[in-house]
Design a protein. Structure first.
Length: 241
């Protein structure tokens, strides 16, 4: 039976895609049958008559995953806003049964799935009539535990604790917190201590800023992830799906 973990960011652009790419690389580099999944992505890049989902593309390049993008990212939007609104603007409504069907097929093909969210935990995916279906609802429906990606600097205590407490209120298990863009200074170290004390959740990784990422130097992600994580610890976070 497949196992999985859902990577949740405390905010948009907190670095969860880089961390996700690194985690998947570690698993696949050790020979595990592992894949990526992102139910909906907005802000895709238009190349010719195709939309290229940037997050999915980066994760695939870093990890060597060859799965067609439509299999691992069922909804791809050009407009760089919350998926529920991008779906309305582009007249491509998100259907939950399609996301679940794609996920089920991946469960049959792979042993491990690392899923990534869009925005933060309360990011809406579907907004129809009285119903708002959020990222948290999707995590619950997919029966996944989570790791949280957070910043290390000022403001991260509030963002991190609120994210963890909200997920716990939904019955979502948080396996650990990963600090991205980690800086070895007094402020960051104190933030980590306070976050651990207030949440009771351990910091399971400290990801320093990846140099030259804007130049496409994805080897830096592989090197950093391999230094910080090992495949056994990643698998230990996972639950059966």
């Amino acid at each position: 039976m497949a196992k999985g973990i859902f990577v949740v960011g405390t905010d948009t652009d907190v670095g969860k895609t880089v961390v996700t790419a690194g985690l998947l690389h570690v698993l696949r580099s050790k020979g595990h049958r592992a894949t990526y999944f992102k139910g909906a992505l907005s802000g895709a890049i238009e190349e010719g008559n195709k939309l290229i989902p940037g997050d999915t593309d980066l994760v695939s390049q870093v990890s060597g995953l060859k799965e067609p993008y439509e299999n691992i990212t069922p909804y791809i939007f050009k407009t760089a806003i919350s998926p529920h609104l991008a779906a309305q603007i582009e007249d491509n409504p998100i259907e939950l049964n399609i996301i679940k069907a794609k996920f089920e097929k991946l469960k049959e093909k792979y042993d491990f799935i690392i899923a990534e969210g869009s925005g933060g935990i309360i990011c809406p995916l579907i907004n129809r009539d009285e119903e708002i279906y959020t990222l948290g609802d999707l995590i619950k429906d997919l029966n996944m535990s989570t790791v949280v990606v957070a910043r290390g600097g000022v403001g991260t205590i509030n963002h991190s604790v609120l994210t963890v407490k909200y997920m716990e209120s939904m019955g979502i298990e948080v396996k650990g917190i990963i600090i991205n863009n980690y800086e070895d200074n007094y402020i960051t170290k104190d933030n980590i201590k306070v976050i651990e004390k207030l949440t009771g959740i351990s910091i399971v990784g400290k990801f320093k800023t990846i140099d030259n990422l804007d130049k496409g130097n994805i080897d830096n992600i592989r090197t950093a992830a391999s230094r910080i994580f090992n495949d056994k610890s990643i698998i230990e976070w996972m639950e059966e799906l």
